[in-house]
Design a protein around this ligand. Sequence first.
Ligand SMILES: [Zn+2]
Length: 214
Amino acid sequence: MHERVFGEAEVAESDLVTRRGTFRAVAFRADGHEHLALVLGRVRLRADVLVRVHSECMTGDIFGALRCECGEQLDAAMDAVVREGSGVLVYLRGHEGRGIGLVEKVRTHVLQDERGLDTIDSATELGLPVDVRDYRPAALVLRHLRVRSVRLLSNNPDKIQALEDNGIPVTARVPLLMAPNEHNLGYLTAKRDRLGHDLPQVAGHQDLLRAVDG
Ligand SMILES: [Zn+2]
């Protein structure tokens, strides 16, 4: 008998045919939100499974906003899993604006646009925390899927720590580097310089955009 992670009422799964192929869709409830894991191929009892733990960003993921790189990362992560032939994409709800919620996130956009504050200062100016995302639901579903260890598609060292703290071994970090654009360069620079994300592609683009500006 293996560990039962979710009660029967808290999880449901079915095949999901997408334009990228057929995934197993595992919907589950954890910590007051409903989340989704998309599973490709066989991952059960496997080590070094390619995994993306993606924080919900409605503006970027659904509407293709260019002020962050979330939508592009989501696409790139799905493509990477398909290239690999197996893997898991965990889509975590309740993670808007690093956990402050959609309305507050949009409020931070006002401060960014009108006063030039960055993604961190615009949150603290509103009395909001900079990052309150909880990765426990991702760890739960990976346990439910009986994944032994993961190679994590992420630029964020904190995310590795969070998964390991929740009992999921991370054997490697696989960078997910998106080319910056003029709308998200400041955002990416703040994430690199102030939140410790590993974004080596940003430096080159700063020079490039400066050159274009003349
Ligand atoms: Zn975003």
